[in-house]
Design a binder for this molecule. Structure first.
Ligand code: LMR
Length: 328
């Protein structure tokens, strides 16, 4: 029999399985907003499989993709209140709660995935996870998706090309400032409304990873894409703390080990998926693709420099210093 943790209203059911030397079956619901054939979608599926194997089926990760359970605007509250046990929101979406994480949103802060991984495996990663200080929430890992690209209905080559257009962003003060600095407007909307909003023209452009642009067919409702790799998009994997504390030691170890394996795997695989999504979009010829040149990149970086000054104090000295040491 499956004994979930207090998924319905009322006091959580306590059990002393460990005392008895027995683990009871636990169901952990993992809700996310992207398609299954994306880095996050596949990472969740792999994690679920590993947990099942490592616990002989005694911990079941039940996956809800495509915002079928909660969308990005309400998944965090659902996690905190125990309506769902695991989520993996993009770092940007938590950056107002945990300002240290704004470092991940700074434009051109990281050149490539290797730099991000080095940062996360070192002191910078430790500082960021220490910043997750909400009650009833525990951070487990950062999963890569990759770097963001710009899409719009006008070519985006020079930094001025975005002027006066309305871009959809994930909620995040740095992302807001980034577009404002470029003379554009930015509105945050739920990811699952994005296709319709681009199609209807409520917003004229957006930034996202290649795998998201491809799997949600955003390239079919946008005319131009610039592969700029200007910002990083990764996911903070979170678990409800009450759920975590109720797991036996063996179950916690199994989850940690499955998480470590999945994190290592997605680091390799996300890059491949994004490369494949680009190749597919090139082959379909539905969107004009521009690869940002080094010269253009330098000009964009210069233009976006004020964003760094605006946020460095909010992010905090220790995080900024660790980051500076890493990137020089
Ligand atoms: C977005 O909202 O654009 C992304 O965070 C979606 C996702 O989770 O990859």
């Amino acid at each position: 029999i499956a004994i979930g943790f207090s998924f319905s209203a009322g006091a959580p059911v306590r059990y002393d399985a460990e005392q008895e030397g027995l683990d009871q079956k636990v169901i952990i619901r993992f809700s996310h907003v992207v398609a299954e054939n994306t880095p996050k979608g596949l990472a969740v599926a792999k994690f679920a499989k590993l947990v099942r194997e490592k616990t002989d089926g005694m911990v079941e990760i039940r996956v809800y993709p495509n915002a079928t359970l909660f969308d990005d605007e309400n998944e965090f509250n659902a996690l905190q209140s125990g309506k769902v046990e695991m989520i993996a929101p993009a770092t940007s979406k938590l950056s107002s709660r945990y300002p240290a994480w704004m470092i991940m949103d700074l434009p051109y802060a990281f050149e490539n995935e290797r730099e991000v991984n080095e940062a996360m495996d070192g002191r910078l990663g430790e500082l960021l996870f220490e910043a997750i200080n909400d009650e009833n929430v525990k951070g487990l890992a950062l999963w890569d998706n990759g770097f963001k690209q710009m899409t719009a209905n006008r070519p985006v080559v020079q930094a001025d090309d975005l002027k006066n257009q309305n871009f959809r962003i994930m909620p995040g003060p740095v992302l807001h400032a980034q577009f404002r600095t470029l003379g554009a407007k930015a509105e945050s909307h739920s990811f699952n409304d994005l296709y319709r909003q681009l199609q209807s023209g409520v917003v004229q452009g957006q930034e996202n990873t290649l795998s998201n642009i491809y799997s949600k067919r955003l390239y079919q409702v946008q005319k131009y894409m610039t592969v700029s790799n200007h910002g990083y998009l990764g996911y903070i994997v979170l678990i409800n703390k009450t759920t975590w504390d109720r797991l036996s030691n063996t179950q916690q170890e199994a989850i940690e080990s499955a998480m470590a394996e999945t994190t290592a795997w997605i680091r390799e695989y996300a890059k491949k998926m994004n490369d494949r999504a680009l190749a597919e979009m090139k082959a379909e010829h539905m969107i004009a693709i521009h690869m940002q040149t080094n010269e253009e990149k330098e000009a964009w970086k210069k233009r976006l420099e004020p964003v760094y000054y605006q946020f460095k104090d909010v992010i905090g000295g220790p995080v900024i210093e660790e980051w500076q040491q890493l990137i020089v």
